[in-house]
Design a protein around this ligand. Structure first.
Ligand SMILES: [Zn+2]
Length: 307
């Protein structure tokens, strides 16, 4: 049994000292994958005894000889670059205040942008909210648009497409603002609002929205929901600052994102935002989520629009 490790902090010097080789990263993953809570059990035959496998920290079943590496069956499966680089990318995306775009990652790590884009997409998948911790107390809700400009085939014509997003922000008594969540929706209707409310807002929350009729039917399940005129955003000031920050971030480094990807960016943004007072453990948490998440692959249509 390997000791379960936990890297804490956002300091890159400390990070570089801790993870010096692929082997260090394999050891870290093995510690998470086969822990005291989740001891080794052969994937093929269920046997619990093992010997040394081929790769560093791999385990070979003592009964059927099945060799399992720490990355198998995780989001680190079939990497196109070294595990050490993957750890560096996860560290950058999770601990840098604004994350890093696939272009910046490709420059920093001398990889193809598409390769970075694919891996970053995987990281974004594990950053999606678990929906286990709905917002409580006072919660401000609104929708906003995110503009998208798609280049025409000739590169001259441009067509504007807007995406609608619903966002909820927790307002705390003394400490200002709490956590927030956002979700891409097709239209501003109660039907589209409901799943978002259900996933992210406690029924006891004091929800405040503007006077849009789409919020009315939600009062049944959210008895404390109040509607007030938005007055061009002056009534929900903190929320509108939050929206401006999201828009600014998206404009800054991710100016071209397809609809399917926008949710990934919103998840990434809020994953960091909701842990802004607890950044020390964010890298370890992200790695843990990557180990527990089943490997997923992008289909070719997703890749065509990669940025
Ligand atoms: Zn076996």
């Amino acid at each position: 049994m390997y000791k379960q490790e936990k890297f804490e902090g956002v300091n890159s010097i400390k990070f570089n000292r801790y993870f010096q080789s692929d082997e260090d990263c394999y050891r870290y993953l093995a510690g998470i994958k086969w822990s005291l809570d989740n001891p080794y059990k052969c994937k093929k035959c269920g046997h619990a005894k093992f010997g040394k496998g081929k790769k560093p920290y791999s385990r070979r079943c003592a009964k059927c000889n099945y060799d399992e590496s720490p990355t198998a069956g995780t989001m680190f499966d079939k990497l196109k670059f070294s595990l050490l680089i993957a750890f560096h990318i996860v560290f950058k995306i999770s601990t840098k205040k604004k994350g890093m775009s696939s272009l910046e990652l490709s420059e920093e790590f001398e990889l193809r942008q598409k390769t970075c884009w694919e891996f970053k997409w995987k990281v974004q998948q594990v950053m999606a909210s678990s929906s286990n911790f709905p917002l409580t107390s006072e919660v401000h809700v609104d929708e906003f648009l995110i503009g998208e400009y798609e280049r025409g085939k000739t590169g001259r014509s441009s067509e504007s497409k807007k995406k609608l997003v619903i966002v909820a922000l927790e307002i705390l008594d003394k400490e200002g603002v709490g956590r927030a969540y956002a979700q891409v929706i097709n239209r501003a209707s109660a039907k589209e609002f409901k799943p978002f409310f259900k996933a992210h807002i406690s029924k006891e929350a004091k929800v405040i929205a503007d006077q849009w009729k789409g919020y009315l039917p939600l009062k049944k399940e959210y008895p404390l929901l109040k509607q007030m005129p938005s007055n061009k955003g002056t009534n929900l000031k903190e929320l509108h600052i939050h929206i401006m920050n999201i828009q600014g971030w998206l404009r800054g480094i991710h100016h071209h994102c397809i609809k399917e990807r926008l949710q990934g960016y919103l998840d990434e943004y809020h994953y960091r935002y909701n842990r802004r007072n607890n950044m020390g453990s964010i890298f370890d948490l992200t790695i843990r989520r990557m180990v527990c998440h089943k490997p997923i692959r992008l289909n070719n249509n997703d890749l065509k629009t990669a940025t």
